[in-house]
Design a protein around this ligand. Structure first.
Ligand SMILES: *Cc1c(COP(=O)(O)O)cnc(C)c1O
Length: 387
């Protein structure tokens, strides 16, 4: 397709044509039997995607930030203590958000490209009791992945709820919600879930629902109140009509199609594909002599990468790479915003997309005057992919 560019940012991502196609069909009534069945099936499929048979799904119109907000406004009451485990920009956003809810908040930070250690998390949990702990599964600003399974164990041990911002990880990085005991896992449609922006998605476990039901104060914000949405979700799950706020009908139809693709691939295969693609991409960048923002391979995200520009190269390279047909994202962490770029490699990305992206980065580097062996990145990626 002449003039078509590949969108390789960490959301929105490239969407399957049939996901986009279904969105262009006439908008149905939100209480038609066909739509009720479609929404009900989408909610059922979410439980499979997140291995969350015990959890209550919520899907509402909004972006990932609404999902973040919805999780905590329903669980926090003024004066409650909360802990934020941050690995960058989105961890810091949770700090601001929790303050706004009236929580007493402590935040654990790490140097850029690292995560707070499990020892520090444990020490902090031992010294104070927190009602709730938030963790960013993959921080999209640094491409750092946190060990959600181990942190969930610690929060259980110290009797706190764990809320995981999985916006840049969900349906790409392994996550087994029932087994790991994640109380709330949240995401948005436009990342690895593979649906255009506009859906906030939360999976809420039994313990978190209990904490919500035993609140002493009403949720101050009307729209995100679980009390308003729980009967609606339960109605769609039971294939009954209901109404609180009009659901984004076309997006929900697209969600059903995309979740169908995800489950047809199979979660284990999908996780393995993300690992293979992520590793191949990192190998390519290293072979070009570029440095990743993430400090260690064992905490590198598989859904996206963040890469420092080499000496003599700046963000103008993104314009050149876009001319080569691939759109990439700039930096997000204020301290180093203009020193690195980000590449999304999640969702229905295939090896061709990956190689095209690496090729465009090589072309951009060459045009920026950077000296390297042309094809070194492509070769490293091919080697990793064919291993
Ligand atoms: C994208 C993202 C968000 C915010 O989602 P929006 O849809 O942009 O509001 C939150 N957390 C993480 C980890 C993200 O990647």
């Amino acid at each position: 397709m002449k003039g078509r560019k590949l969108l390789m940012i960490p959301g929105p991502i490239e969407f399957e044509p049939s996901v986009l196609g279904v969105m262009s069909e006439p908008t149905d009534s939100h209480v038609s039997p066909e739509f009720i069945e479609c929404f009900g099936r989408a909610l059922d499929m979410l439980k499979e995607v997140f291995f969350a048979s015990k959890c209550q799904p919520f899907v509402v119109a909004g972006s990932g930030t609404l999902a973040m907000e919805m999780a905590v406004v329903n669980l926090i009451e003024p004066g409650d203590k909360a802990l934020v485990i941050s690995a960058g920009y989105f961890g810091n956003r949770y700090y601001d958000l929790l303050l706004r809810c009236g929580a007493e908040v402590k935040i654990l930070n790490a140097s850029i490209g690292d995560v707070p250690t499990l020892e520090l998390v444990e020490k902090t949990l031992r010294e104070n009791h927190f009602k709730l702990v938030t963790v960013t599964h993959v921080d999209t600003s640094t491409a750092v992945r946190t060990n959600v399974q181990e942190i969930a164990k610690l929060t259980h041990q110290y009797d706190s709820l764990i809320v995981v911002d999985g916006v840049a990880a969900a349906a790409g990085e392994p996550m087994f919600q029932d087994e790991w005991g994640v109380d709330v896992y949240l995401t948005a449609s436009q990342k690895a879930i593979g649906v255009p922006p506009g859906l906030a998605i939360l999976m809420v476990g039994p313990k978190a629902m209990e904490v919500f039901h035993s609140r002493k104060t009403v949720v101050r914000n009307y729209y995100p109140d679980f009390a308003n949405w729980l009967p609606i979700m339960k109605a769609y799950q039971a294939r009954q009509p209901s109404y609180f706020g009009t659901p984004p009908v076309n997006l929900i139809r697209a969600l059903e199609v995309s979740l169908g693709f995800i489950l047809a691939e199979g979660m284990e295969r999908r996780f393995a594909r993300h690992v293979r693609i992520g590793r191949a991409f990192r190998e390519a960048m290293k072979s070009l002599g570029l440095k990743l923002v993430v400090q260690r391979e064992d905490i590198a995200a598989n859904t996206l990468s963040a890469i420092y520009y080499p000496d003599g190269v700046d963000q103008n390279i993104l314009v050149e790479i876009s001319r080569q047909g691939v759109i990439l994202a700039g930096g997000l962490i204020p301290d180093i915003r203009n020193r690195y770029f980000r590449v999304g490699h999640m969702g229905s990305i295939n090896q061709g997309d990956l190689l095209a992206t690496i090729g465009a980065i090589e072309a951009g580097l060459k045009k920026s005057g950077y000296v390297f062996e042309i094809g070194a990145g492509l070769k490293a990626a091919q080697q990793a992919l064919l291993e």
